[in-house]
Design a protein around this ligand. Structure first.
Ligand code: MN
Ligand code: MN
Length: 320
């Protein structure tokens, strides 16, 4: 049961367009605040896109996601879950990156998330491009490799870009597996599609035992069947959930750097998360929302709606 301090501001008390925008209208508790010891789940902005190889913009996403997140109400319409009553949730603010230095940013991220982890706070991150997940995993996997359920059009398992650049948003999970942060036999990637340069990523996945579910298989089998297999792959041990907004069809999520057509609709985008109930979720992220390509805010609205579903899954494990 959560403390009254951690209840979001209700739109019945202050209209949702008013007030300082924090994630889901939660209190802001920085990792330096003595209250951090009370927080169960921390919503964190990762305003960074220095890993982007093509169309940038996710550095601006946390601010737009915070704005649209003021639309979120306290109760899940589909499941009835009231996450803010089950756990102390807070907005921990943003990680401060160094936009001119990728390696320095990776260190800053890991330092920030290591502090969050030492305070026993589970992070729900609003990226940022997908390279964000690597330094987060470096902090969260300190006690051993995690499983991962990964929604994306892309595997992000490539070895390198541009003749040897190892750290881009197309390589984070290759590095995470090489560094022992993920157990590849407990990793499942769902929604993979689009044109590619080659099969180097897929060959790597096959060689280490990562399960890739291409979008054609996803639609042929259906959500229930695919997600039952995903749950079986990660099992009951700690699992990270990484959600790239480009998993969703660009008709519903056009505001992203690397859209791929032929994807799930916005209802399916929520349903796959609702299938995670009861898993031991060590942390989760929503990445690759790109406000410069999202002038209406529709992509960010879907992004924070998915974040709310992820949050409801994170608190459901607290009850178990
Ligand atoms: Mn990705
Ligand atoms: Mn992607």
């Amino acid at each position: 049961m959560s403390n009254a301090f951690y209840q979001p501001v209700s739109g019945m008390d202050l209209p949702r367009f008013a007030g300082v925008a924090t994630f889901m209208r939660l209190p802001h508790v920085s990792p330096d605040d003595p209250r951090i010891g009370e927080v169960d789940i921390g919503l964190i902005g990762a305003p960074w896109d220095s890993g982007t190889t093509n169309r940038p913009g996710p550095r601006h996403a946390p601010r737009q996601l915070r704005d649209l997140s003021t639309m979120i109400r306290a109760q899940n319409g589909a499941t009835g879950v009231r996450p803010f009553e089950r756990a102390n949730c807070a907005d921990l603010g943003d990680v401060g990156p160094n936009p001119a230095d990728v390696m320095d940013s990776l260190t800053r991220f890991t330092d920030f998330y290591s502090r969050v982890r030492r305070a026993s706070v589970r992070p729900l991150t609003a990226g940022g491009d997908h390279l964000c997940s690597l330094p987060i995993l470096r902090a969260l996997a300190a006690d051993g490799p995690l499983g991962m359920i990964h929604f994306d059009s892309h595997t992000d398992l490539f070895h390198s870009y541009f003749d040897g650049c190892m750290y881009t948003h197309g390589t984070p999970f290759r590095r995470a597996i090489e560094e022992g942060l993920l157990d590849p036999t407990r990793v499942v990637q769902i929604g993979i599609r689009g044109t590619t340069y080659d099969r180097e990523d897929r060959d790597f996945a096959d060689s280490v035992g990562v399960r890739v579910v291409p979008i054609e298989e996803f639609f042929a089998r259906g959500i229930d069947d695919v997600m039952a297999e995903a749950r079986q792959i990660v099992g009951d041990r700690p699992t990270y959930v990484s959600y790239d907004i480009d998993f969703v069809d660009p008709a519903f999520a056009p505001g992203t750097g690397t859209p791929e057509v032929g994807g799930p609709n916005s209802f399916e985008a929520l349903e796959v998360v609702r299938a995670l109930a009861g898993l031991d979720i060590a942390g989760a992220d929503m990445v690759e929302v790109s406000p410069p390509f999202d002038p209406t805010g529709a992509t960010a609205w879907l992004g924070v709606s998915i974040m709310f579903e992820l949050l409801c899954m994170m608190v459901s494990a607290d009850d178990a």
